[in-house]
Every structure is written in C-alpha cells, then in structure tokens.
Design a protein around this ligand. Structure first.
Ligand SMILES: Nc1ncnc2c1ncn2[C@@H]1O[C@H](COP(=O)(O)OP(=O)(O)OP(=O)(O)O)[C@@H](O)[C@H]1O
Ligand SMILES: [Mg+2]
Length: 297
C-alpha cells in the first residue's frame, strides 16, 4: 500500500472512521465507487486510522491497478498494530486485468481474502472495490458481491446519484449501514493510456528477475480460462498462476510451453519454491514474452 501523505485529510473521512469506531461489532467495510472517485485514498486513510486501535486488513479488489500484487491479482494485506504479525500479502489470481469476463473469480477471490483476514484475526477489514461499478453488468456484479460479503458498512463515493440504483437494494438491509461520500474535486482522473502504462510498468517490475523454469506438474490441479483451441502453442504467452493448496497465488508467470502429456510446464516467472505449488491456473491474458526478457528463447 502506498502512503497518502500528500493528501489533506477530508473531514468526511474522519466522520466515517468515527462512525465505524462507534458502531459496535463493525468488522467489514466495503468502499464502492466508479473509477477515479478517491476509493483507494479513503481506504488507506481508514486502514491507517483504524489499525492504530485494532488489527486491520486491507483487501484490494482491483486486478487492473493492484497496489498489493502484480496486475491480474487481487490481494489482502494485514496492517498493525505492533505485536500482531503483519504477514506477507495474500494474492488471488483473477486471470486478467479487468473483472469483465472474470466476475466469478473476482467474487470468490474477494470473499476468500476477506475470509482469510477474518480467520487470521483481523478485527477490521477494509475492502477497496474495483471501479467496475457503473455498467449494468457491473452493477449486477456489485449487487451479488455485496450480497455475498454482507459488509457491516457500505461506503459509497459517488458523483451525483450514480450509485443510488445499486444502493437502493441495501437501503433497508438489517446488517448493512450505508455511508455516502461525495467525490472530492481534488481527485485526479487517469486516462486509459495512463492506466495501461502503469500496468505495464507493474508487470515489468514484477518480471524483472524472472526466468524460464521447467516445472514437473504431475499430480497438480489445473483450471482457468484455458484456450478453446487447446494445443501446446495456444498456451504460449498466457498469463498463468501457480497456486498453493488453498488456491491462493504463489507466483504469476508467463507460459513458455505447456505439455500436459509429458506433465511439463515451462513458466517464465520470478523465483519461487516449486514445492509450494499445488495447482495451475491459466488466465486469459497474453503477454509478450520478449517484452519482459531476452532470457526465454
Ligand atoms: N481527497 C483528495 N484530495 C486530493 N487528491 C485526492 C483525493 N482523493 C483522491 N485523490 C487523488 O486522486 C487520484 C485518484 O484517487 P484514488 O486512487 O483514491 O481513486 P480510486 O477511486 O481508487 O481510483 P481507481 O478507480 O483507479 O481505483 C489519486 O491520484 C489520489 O491521490
Ligand atoms: Mg483505487
């Protein structure tokens, strides 16, 4: 999580943090908003403020501009207070950099990460939604995600009343309190091009020390958005995750070659403990191997 030191604290953030503290039993806070509404800045403030009093976890649901793991993943990070192990971030592979076409993975991933945070003893779980919110498909996705998570607090950052149609479904929910926050005029908007470049630089940083690794995949589970015309070449360049026994991502890689009949996978990935991997999850995004290294040929 990046620091938000340059941004002045908004009085509405303080009001929300106070409301969370004052309501007994609040465990989960879901912050929802379209792209560029100030969701992440608010989440960082809440996580920072609330973690001073009790162990807090931050869940980032955006596979496109992830602040915890590489693009294509969503993540959970534990925060203080001191004495409670912060732990390494947990990652869940979505398969692509957008929830579009991967809504099931997003839904189960957010639920899994929030559940892990709860099981690990974090008392407050701040969930930063992706900006996949406004289209009809996105609203339906958000409806089901909120229904599944049942957050104690639903903090909605909106321009005008753009979220009201969705929020109406939870207006009289017995367990959910809605807080509405208008968008700050100071929020900076990022263009699609800026987002793409940011994603590329995150991938480049992630694969900086990657190399092609020959893996014995005998006995491993396998799933994901496998190419329709399956053949060794159709897997080349596919963004792929090796997952642990709980199906959390151990490492992301780019498939160099896949030979199920020989039980071998060659994966261009950062160094990882091969013994940690129990399954392979193929994504749907192709990345240019040459762009990330010359060491794969
Ligand atoms: N209250 C604020 N005052 C000043 N700048 C802000 C404020 N809120 C957000 N920003 C700035 O606006 C930009 C977008 O904010 P943020 O990343 O929190 O939005 P977001 O809704 O999470 O966007 P995304 O859809 O990309 O996840 C950032 O550069 C952030 O620093
Ligand atoms: Mg954000």
């Amino acid at each position: 999580m990046k620091a938000s030191h340059a941004i002045p604290i908004d009085s509405r953030w303080i009001d929300l943090a106070s409301a969370i503290r004052e309501r007994p039993g609040v465990r989960t806070v879901y912050v929802i908003g379209a792209p560029d509404r100030g969701k992440s800045v608010l989440c960082r403030y809440l996580a920072g403020a609330l973690s001073r009093e009790s162990p807090a976890a931050y869940v980032d649901c955006d596979p496109g501009q992830s602040s915890i793991g590489p693009p294509g993943t969503i993540g959970m990070q534990g925060l203080g207070p001191a004495g409670v192990p912060a732990g390494r971030p947990l990652l869940y592979f979505i398969g692509s950099t957008s929830p579009r076409g991967h809504t099931l993975a997003c839904m189960s991933g957010v639920k899994r990460l929030a559940g892990k945070a709860d099981a690990l003893g974090y008392k407050i779980i701040i969930i930063d939604s992706s900006g996949f919110v406004l289209s009809r498909a996105a609203q339906e996705f958000q409806y089901h995600l909120i229904d599944l998570l049942e957050p104690d607090v639903l903090a909605a950052i909106q321009r005008g009343n753009e979220l009201e149609a969705l929020l109406g479904n939870f207006a009289v929910h017995p367990g959910i309190t809605i807080h509405r926050i208008p968008v700050s005029p100071a929020v900076a908007v990022r263009t699609q091009r800026q987002r793409r470049r940011h994603r590329q630089s995150l991938f480049r940083a992630y694969f900086r020390d990657a190399f092609a690794q020959d893996l014995d995949i005998s006995g491993m589970g396998m799933h994901g958005m496998t190419p329709a015309a399956a053949g060794p070449l159709s897997y080349r360049s596919l963004l792929t995750a090796m997952c642990d026994p709980e199906n959390l991502a151990v490492v992301l890689g780019i498939t160099v070659s896949f030979h199920p009949e020989k039980e071998r996978l060659s994966l261009f990935a950062p160094s990882f403990h091969h013994h940690d991997a129990a399954s392979i999850q193929f994504g749907s995004l192709y990345l240019d191997l040459n762009e990330y290294s010359e060491r794969t040929s």
